[in-house]
Write a protein that binds this ligand. Structure first.
Ligand code: 2P0
Length: 330
């Protein structure tokens, strides 16, 4: 029996990843840039054992169905190949999220799985190697290897596609991200299917790709200069462009609900009244708002006034992935 444990925190992209050049290896079409957050994380315990004949996957103490287990098994195969191991595994994951409303993340989940399984099999990996490995599970997971800001450099091969830390000299500690949890009954298009459909069919996809390098450079410059306004503006622009591509896909789709639009308009309104804050959205209807930490309370009050009981979750910059000892597992 070989066991390992890890804790990984989720990340939200400020410059979005949207589209794959290679679906099998998860090589993206464009670089992306993210902030790792402290409020959501996954702890995963992996045991490779002679005593079982099939991988088993428990999420929050519930044995998962064959579809969810297959995703885990495929990823474990990548690690088994690397470590020359043929044992099956029991994977026990727990998502720590302040609310159950659709905030679980594949980024923290697959990063924690990569960390725990590689620790179990004694693969001694550098951060870049662990990032490459996590990428094979889920693209955004490669950024969760790092705390603070990370850039996923797309590369063009399994070896060259991984995330690196972006030094920010404490700028990330000046930031808050407020999640507005939007409840929505719409049927989901998974991010994996959504981005593929967009690459293959969207008339706007080339436009998206053309502007990413400039947006990325602006974001990195804003981080160096600790320029919140510049970072906020490019964050919002990147999200809007990514979501724009989905409207021109065949068949068209959107992750926005009426509630999402209401919240985005509210952010614009609050900003026009003099409080700098900017929104971003991912493959679902929740809206995330980037604000300076010194303005967090004021923004929360303004949001509560307008949104009543809608759930708000506050997050700050989070740490890098942690490989845990037995005692550290809750
Ligand atoms: C991101 N998203 O940069 C973008 C923005 C959603 C919108 O990465 O297929 O779970 O496993 O590589 O990483 C979500 O997609 O997709 C995502 P796969 P993933 O955060």
């Amino acid at each position: 029996m070989f066991s390992g444990k890890a804790r990984a925190y989720t990340n939200i992209a400020l410059i979005k990843y949207w589209g794959k050049e290679n679906q099998e290896l998860i090589i993206p079409m464009n670089n992306s840039l993210s902030l790792t957050l402290d409020a959501f994380y996954t702890e995963t315990h992996v045991t490779f054992s002679e005593e079982i004949t099939e991988d088993q996957f428990y999420l929050d103490n519930q044995l998962q169905d064959s579809k969810a287990t297959l995703k885990v098994s495929r990823f474990l195969n990548v690690i088994r190949d690397k470590a020359d191991c043929s044992l099956q595994a029991i994977v026990k994951s727990k998502n720590f999220v302040p609310t159950a409303a659709g905030l679980a993340s594949s980024a923290s989940g697959l990063a924690a799985l990569a960390g725990a399984a590689s620790a179990a099999l004694d693969l001694t990996l550098s951060s870049e190697e662990l990032s490459r490995l996590a990428r094979r599970g889920s693209g955004s997971a490669c950024r969760s290897v790092y705390g603070g800001f990370a850039e996923w450099q797309k590369g063009d091969s399994d070896e060259s596609s991984y995330a690196v830390n972006i030094p920010s000299y404490g700028f990330e500690d000046d930031l808050s991200m407020i999640f507005v949890v939007v409840n929505d009954a719409q049927k989901d298009v998974s991010s994996r299917d959504g981005m593929q459909r967009t690459v293959e069919t969207s008339a706007f996809y080339d436009g998206w790709l053309q502007t990413v390098p400039t947006d990325l450079a602006k974001a990195k410059q804003a981080i160096v200069e600790k320029d919140f306004t510049a970072l906020g503006e490019v964050t919002e622009a990147s999200a809007l462009k990514m979501h724009g591509t989905t409207l021109a896909a065949t068949p068209p789709f959107t992750y926005w609900s009426a509630e999402s639009m209401k919240v985005m308009n509210l952010v614009r309104q609050i900003r026009s009244r003099g409080l700098p804050c900017y929104f971003t959205m991912d493959a679902g209807p929740n809206v995330k708002i980037l604000v300076e930490r010194k303005n967090e309370e004021t923004l929360l009050r303004a949001l509560k006034e307008q949104l009543g009981n809608q759930q708000l979750v506050v997050a700050h910059a989070g740490p890098a992935i942690e490989i845990l000892t037995e005692e550290e597992v809750k």
